[in-house]
Design a protein around this ligand. Structure first.
Ligand code: ATP
Ligand code: MG
Length: 561
C-alpha cells in the first residue's frame, strides 16, 4: 500500500486492516442492505461505495460484498423497488458477489426465537402497545415488568407456535426479549422481537403472519451470511448493544461486528425515502427518476456520470461526525468529470437571428471546431453556415459598455471556429426587443488573426439557421429554495422552488440533435447537457436535460442576496 493510500484510509478500513493483520479474519464480507421501500438516493451511494469499495480493494484476500434486500416488513415493500435497486447498484459500477433476501431467512429467525425462549430469554407478552409504552419507564425510572414476563417456558413455546399458526389477531400478542428493564439504553428494556401482522409479502406470500422486528432480524441476517463487518449509519449506535445481545444468545454460525459511520446529508436536498415518496406521490416531481431528485435514477437521468458520483463519495470520506455536505461539492465533481469527458457542441438557448449581408443565399462558408480542446485525439468537426445564423441574444448589446467584448453596433466578434463578423445594423420590435442583426462576414479570417485595424476580442457560439434543429431544453434549478429543507418549520414542502424546472426551445446543431439518448455533451459556453433517456428521439425530436451549468452561478447569486 502506498503512503497516500495509507493516509486516505478511514477508520473503518483501518479496523478491517487490523482484523486481517491480527488474523481475526482471513477474509472480509460486507453487505449493502437496502429496504425495498423506495428508490436509492445519493446517501445510499455513499454506503454502496463503502461496502462494495472495501470488497473490491481486498479482492486479493477474497473479500466479498453481498446485496441483501432487507425485506422483513411487508407493509411498505414492492417488487418495483427491488428491480430499481439492482439496476442502480449496477449502474453505479458494482456487482454483488451474492444476492439475498432477508425474507429467505424467516425460518431461521423463528428457530432462533425458539432458542431464546428455551434459554428463558424471550417471552410472549399480552400487553397492548400502549401499556408497553407506559411501563417502559424513562432514563431515571426503570421499566415495570409485564405480568407475563415470567410466563413458564412451555407456555411461551406453545403460544409462540400458535402465533405463527395464525390463532391470534394482529397486534394481540408479541414476543419480547427478556433483557434488562433498568438499562439506561431503552433499546435493551425488553424490546419486541416479533409481532403478528397479516400482510402479503412480495417474496413469501401469505406463508407468515408473524414478522420479526428490524433490530432482531438484522444481526441474524448478517450472521447467517457470515458478514464480518456490518457497516451502518450512526443512528444505529444505540442499537449496537441489542445487536450484540442477539448475536451472543442466538445459535448463529458467525459473529459479525457492527460499525457505524455518519450518514450523508446534502444542502438543498431531502434524503429520507419517506419524503422522496411524498414528493413523487403528490406529483411535485414527475417520478422517482425526476432529474431534480437526489435519487440515483434521477441523477442518472439528469446526466450525472456514475464515475463522478463515485469520486464524490470517495472525496467526502467516511467519518463519525454528522454534518451536512454542500451540494456544490457534488456539482464540482460532476463538472470536473464532464469537463474532461464530454464532447462539445453548440446550441443557442435564446436565439437572435443574424443575417450576413455579404453571403449569398446559396453560399456555404466553412468553419472547424475542435471536438474537445484538451482532447486533440478526438479531432475537429467540420461545420458550415449560410447567410443566416442564430446567436445568443445576450451576445449583443445595443449600447455596450467598454468591457463588453461581444457584439454591438459597428463592433466585431468571432464566430467560434469561423470567421470574424461585424455588426452593421439591428432591428427592434415595438416592445424594444432586438429581433434581428445585419452583419458583414470578414471572409477568410477563420483561424487567422484579426486584420489590421479590426478589434476582435471574443468568440461566440452560433448555430447555422438552415440546418439547425429545434430542441426542447429542460433547465433545472434546485428543488428547494433553502439550504436545510428538513429544518423548515412549515415542513419541507413549504420551501419547494417554484422555478425548479423551466422548459425552453433552443436551436441546436444537427449533429447534437442526432446524439443517442443518454449521451452527454457540453453546449459551449452554456452548460453540460444529456440527451434525455426517455423522451429524446435522435434527429426528429431532440430533448436535452441540463445537467449542471459550466460555473457555480448559484453561490454567486445567493451571496448577492
Ligand atoms: P432513509 O432514511 O432514506 O429512508 P434508510 O436508512 O431507511 O434510508 P435503507 O434502505 O434501510 O434506507 O438503507 C440501506 C443502507 O443504506 C443502510 O445501511 C443505511 O445505513 C444506508 N444509508 C441510508 N441512507 C444513508 C445516507 N444518507 N448516508 C449513508 N448511508 C445511508
Ligand atoms: Mg429504513
Amino acid at each position: 500500500m502506498s503512503d497516500a493510500e495509507e493516509k486516505n484510509r478511514d477508520f473503518i478500513r483501518e479496523i478491517i486492516a487490523n482484523d486481517l493483520a491480527s488474523g481475526k479474519h482471513q477474509s472480509v464480507i460486507t453487505r449493502f442492505p437496502p429496504e425495498p421501500n423506495g428508490y436509492l438516493h445519493i446517501g445510499h451511494a455513499k454506503s454502496i461505495c463503502l461496502n462494495f469499495g472495501i470488497a473490491q480493494e481486498l479482492r486479493s484476500v477474497g473479500a466479498k460484498c453481498h446485496l441483501r434486500f432487507d425485506d422483513t416488513n411487508p407493509s411498505k415493500e414492492e417488487v418495483e423497488y427491488v428491480e430499481s435497486i439492482r439496476e442502480d447498484v449496477r449502474w453505479l459500477g458494482f456487482e454483488w458477489d451474492a444476492l439475498h433476501f432477508a425474507s429467505d431467512y424467516f425460518e431461521f429467525y423463528y428457530q432462533c426465537a425458539i432458542a431464546l425462549i428455551e434459554k428463558g430469554l424471550a417471552y410472549v407478552d399480552e400487553q397492548t402497545q400502549e401499556q408497553m409504552r407506559e411501563t417502559r419507564g424513562n432514563i431515571n425510572v426503570p421499566g415495570t415488568p409485564s405480568p407475563w414476563r415470567d410466563r413458564p417456558m412451555a407456555e411461551n413455546l406453545d403460544l409462540f407456535a400458535r402465533m405463527r399458526a395464525g390463532e391470534f389477531p394482529d397486534g394481540s400478542l408479541v414476543l419480547r426479549a427478556k433483557i434488562d428493564l433498568a438499562s439506561p439504553n431503552m433499546n435493551l428494556r425488553d424490546p419486541v422481537l416479533y409481532r403478528i401482522m397479516r400482510a402479503h409479502h412480495h417474496n413469501t406470500g401469505d406463508a407468515w403472519c408473524l414478522y420479526p422486528m428490524y433490530d432482531y432480524a438484522h444481526p441474524l441476517e448478517d450472521a447467517i451470511e457470515h458478514i464480518t463487518h456490518s457497516l451502518c449509519t450512526l443512528e444505529f449506535e444505540n442499537h449496537r448493544p441489542l445487536y450484540d445481545w442477539v448475536i451472543e444468545h442466538c445459535p448463529v454460525p458467525a459473529k459479525p461486528r457492527q460499525i457505524e459511520f455518519a450518514r450523508l446529508n446534502l444542502t438543498y436536498t431531502v434524503m429520507s425515502k419517506r419524503k422522496l415518496l411524498l414528493l413523487v406521490k403528490e406529483g411535485h416531481v414527475s417520478g422517482w427518476d425526476d432529474p431534480r431528485l437526489p435519487t440515483i435514477s434521477g441523477m442518472r437521468r439528469r446526466g450525472y456520470p456514475a464515475e463522478a458520483i463515485r469520486n464524490f463519495c470517495q472525496h467526502i470520506g467516511i467519518t463519525k461526525f454528522n454534518g451536512t455536505t454542500s451540494v456544490d461539492l457534488l456539482e464540482f465533481e460532476i463538472r470536473a468529470f464532464l469537463n474532461r469527458e464530454a464532447p462539445r457542441r453548440m446550441a443557442v438557448l435564446e436565439p437572435l437571428k443574424v443575417i450576413l449581408e455579404n453571403v449569398a443565399a446559396d453560399e456555404r462558408i466553412s468553419a472547424s471546431v475542435m471536438e474537445h480542446p484538451e482532447r486533440p485525439e478526438w479531432g475537429a468537426r467540420a461545420l458550415s453556415h449560410g447567410r443566416e445564423l442564430w446567436i445568443e441574444q445576450s451576445d449583443f448589446l445595443e449600447d455596450p459598455p467598454k468591457k463588453f467584448y461581444r457584439l454591438g453596433p459597428g463592433r466585431h466578434v468571432r464566430l467560434r471556429g469561423g470567421d470574424i463578423m461585424k455588426c452593421l445594423s439591428f432591428e427592434k420590435d415595438e416592445a424594444g426587443q432586438i429581433t434581428e442583426l445585419r452583419c458583414e462576414l470578414l471572409k477568410g479570417t477563420a483561424g487567422a488573426n484579426a486584420p489590421e485595424g479590426v478589434e476582435c476580442r471574443a468568440a461566440i457560439h452560433w448555430v447555422d439557421a438552415a440546418t439547425a434543429c429545434d430542441a426542447e431544453m429542460r433547465l433545472y434549478d434546485r428543488l428547494f429554495r433553502v439550504e436545510a429543507p428538513d429544518a423548515e418549520e412549515e415542513g419541507f414542502l413549504s420551501c419547494l422552488n417554484p422555478d425548479s424546472l423551466s422548459v425552453i426551445t433552443a436551436k441546436v446543431e444537427a449533429s447534437a440533435a442526432a446524439l443517442a439518448p443518454g449521451t452527454f455533451c457540453q453546449f459551449e459556453r452554456t452548460g453540460y447537457f444529456i440527451a434525455d433517456s426517455k423522451d429524446h428521439q435522435a434527429g426528429t425530436k431532440p430533448v436535452f436535460n441540463r445537467t449542471v451549468g459550466l460555473k457555480d452561478s448559484w453561490s454567486k447569486q445567493a451571496s448577492k442576496g
